[in-house]
Design a binder for this molecule. Structure first.
Ligand SMILES: [Zn+2]
Length: 627
């Protein structure tokens, strides 16, 4: 039986009131824009998979109505009310968007006979439902092309809901993607995928109950759908800004934006519609320089630079901007101001962080010290619903200076558990820590209560009162958070402390992704699973011969490290695996049966067995708020 959530404390209630008094809630332009052009809705909204399991249901957010309750930051409440507006919308005649059917949007451009789809949502089920909603209102037009704007799964995972791989193989459907798309989409989901997916479960609050005391939205969209993620590789790679492509009579001009919100990303302009697709580089939130699920730190300097280029290239002509999240912005003047605000917030955070770090301030100090110009503070699209000023500036510090803040006290700290034990001793025991944490909680100093109670839980994980005060504290921090992902992180932490671990509800390292690993990526994926100490004494080599690619790799395990080379090698390997490139992903399963089923021949299978024996895959259920 899940524990009942608790009400907001007076501290949080007055904090919510202060937000109401300080932000321009009377500006309701976003509500007009989010509902403009509605063509039709899917009702009821629930989308199910082949087994009848619900993978998306926007109706569960119907509580998002009226004024914010005490348990939700009014600014986040406002953003969630905007994000739940769902349906098929006309952006301009010939351009449609399905919004509120997943975390992301799909945009559909009508050509001479068919349509071009920009981004395909996260899972096949929501993708198919979105296409069906479009066709219900606009007719049974065939999909002629798909554009992936960038290498994140919520923009390509639903592709098999729109088309089949046979459509691509026959040449009937072209798929365009920015240079580096395949490498980055796979690398991000596979190398650190287990950890990212477990942390994403916190970030998007997929296991939380929805409601005023639970999940209310993730700022960028409401949450992740939980269907099947597909991966259909692109047929055409876009690599140059200004490159123009016409499909089905629709002209598209591409702008490359690598290293911005994703390592591989593009924007595109549709000159015949005077419409700009900003992908995920200009949306109605301050985005992440480092997402809380974890990633390589993004480059806000490049991000600002590319948005300047967007304005230079298209700002003189554009009449509407739409993106793969949130609602469009209409009118040249408003579009340009929107792009300028978005550009300036990334440039400002970047430059001010560097200015302050050069004065010796550390990440947490910059996060407290930095002030936004009032115009950006009051621009709804620049507020931190997904990224935040606080975590973005720490990420910028990390990008330039790394994890070490230069203070030798932090160079060789004890682990969290060892520190916690020592703090408990210093305080006079775990009970004393708990008393201290409860006092801080009662005084409304939740940040300090979290630090003290966290030491108590890490010193003695089964201490019921320690877990309780920490859960209560995270809950209040969640209620007060303007950022959707902060709220989810705090409430997920409270939930796991109270009710036990919920694991990893959505996984983006799906079979389709594994099937598209290149041989090198596959060897890397195996290498990061090798249990070093167990493999110290192993010394083996395996040749992998790809009959259809005329390639031969020598894979070696020595000193606990798995390495590989495609160059000619001396002597014979201990074993040889022979087969086609497309069969090779069976290696990920490791078992001789899986290899045989895929048609891979193995000499000396015991050598492969020795490799498989030292593989140590990730833990989808690892602890976060307890040791
Ligand atoms: Zn996205």
């Amino acid at each position: 039986m899940p524990t009942t959530p608790k009400p907001a404390t007076p501290t949080v209630v007055s904090q919510q009131q202060a937000v109401l008094n300080s932000l321009p809630f009377s500006d309701t332009q976003d509500f007009e824009d989010a509902n403009r052009g509605l063509v039709g809705r899917r009702q009821p909204n629930a989308v199910t998979d082949a087994h009848g399991t619900v993978v998306w249901d926007n109706d569960t957010y119907s509580f998002l109505d009226g004024d914010a309750p005490d348990t939700v930051n009014p600014s986040l409440w406002r953003q969630s009310k905007l994000n739940v507006a769902e349906g098929l919308f006309e952006v301009v005649p010939g351009i449609y968007q399905v919004r509120g059917m997943d975390l992301s949007n799909t945009s559909i451009i009508e050509g001479d006979e068919g349509v071009i789809v920009i981004d395909t949502l996260l899972t096949n089920e929501t993708g198919a439902a979105a296409l069906a909603l479009y066709r219900e209102h606009r007719g049974d037009r065939p999909v002629k092309a798909i554009v992936y704007t960038h290498s994140h799964a919520d923009h390509y995972g639903g592709t098999k809901g729109f088309i089949s791989t046979a459509d691509v193989d026959s040449g009937a459907v072209k798929i365009f993607a920015p240079e580096g798309f395949v490498e980055h989409s796979i690398v991000e989901n596979v190398y650190a995928g287990t950890a990212m997916n477990r942390r994403a479960a916190y970030m998007f609050g997929a296991a939380l109950a929805r409601g005023p005391q639970g999940q209310v939205g993730a700022g960028l969209g409401q949450t992740l759908s939980t269907g099947e993620v597909s991966f259909v590789p692109p047929t055409d790679i876009i690599s140059t800004t200004g490159q123009e492509v016409t499909v089905d009579g629709v002209r598209m001009i591409f702008q490359m934006a690598p290293g911005t919100e994703a390592p591989s990303e593009l924007l595109l302009y549709l000159p015949d519609f005077k419409a700009l697709c900003t992908a995920e580089d200009a949306t109605h939130t301050l985005h992440n320089t480092l997402t809380l699920r974890g990633a390589v730190v993004r480059d806000p300097h490049a991000w600002a630079h590319y948005l300047t280029e967007t304005i230079d290239l298209f700002g003189g002509d554009v009449e509407v901007a739409f993106a793969s999240h949130h609602w469009p912005t209409w009118g040249k003047e408003r579009v340009v101001r929107f792009l300028q605000d978005q550009r300036d917030i990334y440039a400002y955070l970047h430059d001010q962080t560097l200015r302050m770090l050069n004065k010796g301030l550390t990440g947490p100090e910059i996060a407290e010290e930095i002030q936004l110009p009032p115009a950006l503070e009051n621009a709804w699209n620049a507020r931190g619903y997904y990224g935040s000023v606080s975590h973005n500036v720490k990420a910028i510090y990390q990008r330039y200076l790394g994890w070490f803040d230069g203070n030798p006290a932090h160079l060789w700290e004890h682990t969290p558990v060892e520190r916690a034990k020592r703090y408990a001793k210093l305080a006079g025991g775990v009970d004393a820590l708990v008393t201290n944490a409860r006092e801080a909680f009662d005084a409304g100093d939740f940040r300090w209560a979290a630090e003290v109670a966290n030491h108590a839980v890490f010193a003695e994980p089964d201490h019921a009162a320690a877990r309780e005060v920490l859960a209560d504290t995270y809950e209040q921090l969640g209620y007060g958070a303007e950022n959707g992902t902060w709220r989810d992180f705090y409430l997920a932490g409270a939930m796991e402390l109270r009710d036990g671990q919920f694991g990893t509800p959505t996984e983006t390292n799906a079979p389709d992704v594994i099937a598209n690993l290149t041989p090198e990526m596959l060897f890397d994926a195996l290498a990061i699973q090798v249990n070093g100490p167990e493999a110290w004494d192993e010394n083996l080599s395996i040749d992998v011969v790809l009959t259809d690619a005329d390639t031969r790799y020598r894979v070696r395990l020595s000193n606990g490290a798995l390495t590989y080379s495609a160059a000619a090698q001396e002597g014979d390997a201990d074993a040889t695996i022979t087969g086609t490139r497309s069969a090779l992903p069976a290696l990920a399963a490791g078992s001789p049966d899986a290899l045989a089923a895929a048609g891979l021949e193995v000499t000396n299978p015991s050598v492969l067995g020795r490799l498989v024996a030292v593989l140590d895959p990730g833990d989808k259920n690892f602890a976060i708020v307890t040791p």
